[in-house]
Design a binder for this molecule. Structure first.
Ligand SMILES: Cc1ncc(COP(=O)(O)O)c(C=O)c1O
Length: 398
């Protein structure tokens, strides 16, 4: 019964880790889950109230397929205000989460064999979405020495006549690394020379940056490329709205129209109530973002410092998001107290879970080993306890 196309993909490994941690917890184990990709803060009240008001006003019907005029106007204002980008409503699309927007983009543009360059480590869904759309993901490894960022020469070398998209994700899931203006310009300079290559920039973690880091997006850094850039963003992370499922993008009108066509034959409009909430998120008070960031920054510093005291681990301090991506190279080849050899980052995270009840995600899932991802979007005291346990586990390796 099952279509062949499904044999090309796998279930999300990050969701698998969260599920396993939940199962162990339900069975009575003391587990600290560091796998989740969502803020532990609740959706701000001003946003919830806007949703309740929308329900009371009767905004409970179908809307325009790819977004209400009110939400598109709020998105145009956001792009103008925060990114210096002028998009018209017909150059903006809204989907059920950033995930649907990406999916629409690939379904609307990829022909069999079209290549999509994906800097590794990458967010787990990019390659599988490309495969579902019959494209070819081309992973380009980005080394820890360059803070997991794509080098212009590696981009140049990866481009072929079949390259259709380059995906950029800054700040990144899973590393938290973000491109400075100069680093981004070096990449857009390469793209100016390759007219067949479009850029899909996933700016989901735009607001989650620390230490005064200045976020930049490619269309702002190189306006000459704007006609071949899809600038994707969403309310899930910065506004603590993962469950509301609203993502959006700005790009050339013909692409936006094609993406709406995909959506019109799959889900139609995103939830009308969530769209009203997203208007409030983008247009209302933004002060809670800085308050959350102060907590995230403190947690990042705590986790980086504590992990760097663990034998065998080495953790770089990222600019943003709520992840760190430590190397566990020094643990590979060692033996656990019950005599198992750690051969991979998968073995390492299994050991952390079994020996100490700490759930992290193996780097293999993100396309660069031997590393693992920790999400620090969890209570500070749980993070402290998790770091104590990780250190104990590393010290017990021989
Ligand atoms: C880099 C990145 N892009 C996109 C998404 C999807 O966001 P949404 O929950 O809005 O679908 C995520 C969620 O984890 C992400 O980490």
């Amino acid at each position: 019964m099952i279509a062949e196309r499904l044999s090309r993909i796998k279930p999300s490994p990050t969701i698998a880790v969260s599920t396993k941690a939940r199962e162990l917890k339900a069975a009575g184990r003391d587990v600290i889950g560091l796998g989740a990709g969502e803020p532990d803060f609740d959706t701000p009240d001003s946003i919830k109230e806007a949703a309740i008001a929308a329900i009371r006003r009767g905004e409970t019907k179908y809307t325009a397929v790819d977004g209400t005029p009110q939400l598109k106007a709020a998105i145009c204002d956001k792009f103008h205000r925060e990114n210096g980008l002028d998009y018209k409503p017909e150059q903006v699309t809204v989907g059920t989460g950033g995930k649907q927007v990406l999916y629409n983009a690939f379904m609307a543009t990829l022909n069999p064999g079209d290549e999509v360059i994906i800097p590794a480590p990458f967010w787990v869904s990019y390659p599988d979405m490309v495969l579902l759309a019959e494209g070819e993901p081309v992973a380009v490894p980005c080394s820890q020495n360059n803070h997991f960022k794509l080098l212009p020469e590696d981009l140049e070398a990866a481009i072929t006549p079949k390259t259709k998209w380059l995906i950029l994700n800054s700040p990144s899931n899973p590393t938290g690394s973000a491109y400075s203006r100069a680093e981004m310009k070096a990449l857009t300079d390469v793209l100016l020379r390759h007219e067949q290559v479009w850029v899909l920039t996933d700016d989901m973690y735009e607001h989650l940056v620390y230490d005064g880091f200045e976020f930049v997006t490619p269309a702002q850094v190189e306006p000459a490329l704007k006609d071949r850039i899809l600038t994707m963003n969403g309310v899930s992370k910065a506004y603590c709205m993962t469950g509301w499922r609203i993502g959006y993008a700005g790009g050339p009108a013909a692409l936006i129209k094609a993406m709406a066509m995909v959506q019109s034959q799959s889900t139609s409009n995103p939830s009308s109530v969530s769209q009203a909430a997203a208007v409030a998120a983008l247009s209302g008070p933004q002060d809670f973002i800085a308050a959350h960031n102060a907590v995230f920054k403190q947690r990042r510093d705590l986790v980086v410092e504590r992990l760097n005291t663990c034998p065998g681990l080495n953790c770089h301090r990222p600019e943003g998001a709520f992840y760190v991506y430590p190397s566990c190279a020094g643990a590979i080849g060692k033996k656990t107290p019950d005599g198992k050899t750690i051969k991979s980052d998968g073995d390492f995270v299994t050991y952390l879970l079994e020996a100490e009840g700490v759930a992290a995600v193996q780097g293999e899932a993100f396309g660069l080993s031997p590393y693992f991802r920790i999400s620090y979007a969890t209570a500070t005291e749980d993070l402290e306890e998790a770091c104590t346990r990780i250190k104990r586990a590393c010290e017990a390796l021989q």
